[in-house]
Design a protein around this ligand. Sequence first.
Ligand SMILES: CC(C)(COP(=O)(O)OP(=O)(O)OC[C@H]1O[C@@H](n2cnc3c(N)ncnc32)[C@H](O)[C@@H]1OP(=O)(O)O)[C@@H](O)C(=O)NCCC(=O)NCCS
Length: 160
Amino acid sequence: MTNQDLARVLAWRNHEDVRRYMYTQHEIGLEEHTRWFERASQDASRHLLVFESDAVSLGFINIHQIAPGGVADWGFYAAPDAPKGTGRHLGQAALRYAFAQAGLHKLCGQALDYNENSIRFHQKLGFQQEGILREQHFNGQRYHDVVCFGLLASEWQANL
Ligand SMILES: CC(C)(COP(=O)(O)OP(=O)(O)OC[C@H]1O[C@@H](n2cnc3c(N)ncnc32)[C@H](O)[C@@H]1OP(=O)(O)O)[C@@H](O)C(=O)NCCC(=O)NCCS
């Protein structure tokens, strides 16, 4: 991701079909978004990526090393108007990047309990469900469970 992507990524992030599945769901302004990018892009533990196909930007991926030894979290969204199949391609490219390029050991994902697309998506990519954080997220009105997924480099390699 570069400065050129800021407006596009912000429009995706603020879209109702993306925002409703995030931990923070307010509409993000350009200033807040720019401040986030300036900070996050300087942070060596983060990889901010735009997924492209045929030079068209189709999604965003944020990989964050959260523990020593290459253990990382990820977050992602496809462009809301992206063609069917984009999610799968984005996921496969992100895993290739995480394990083959960045050399990570483990990638972890978290999905809100009502995010059926993301839960199915992690399962289809080979992630194992590792637990449920019960009523871990409060959206201002009610609590939701958080479903935790993990994928080891060795499991990704074995599934190729
Ligand atoms: C999470 C996300 C990236 C998952 O992508 P996805 O929905 O699996 O995307 P795909 O386009 O690959 O697949 C959509 C469906 O179309 C199907 N499909 C894939 N290629 C297709 C094609 N060429 N023709 C028809 N259908 C197709 C898939 O099998 C899938 O069906 P399923 O949901 O019944 O399995 C996407 O839903 C998203 O960006 N959501 C909003 C943000 C978000 O929730 N982020 C994650 C927070 S934890």
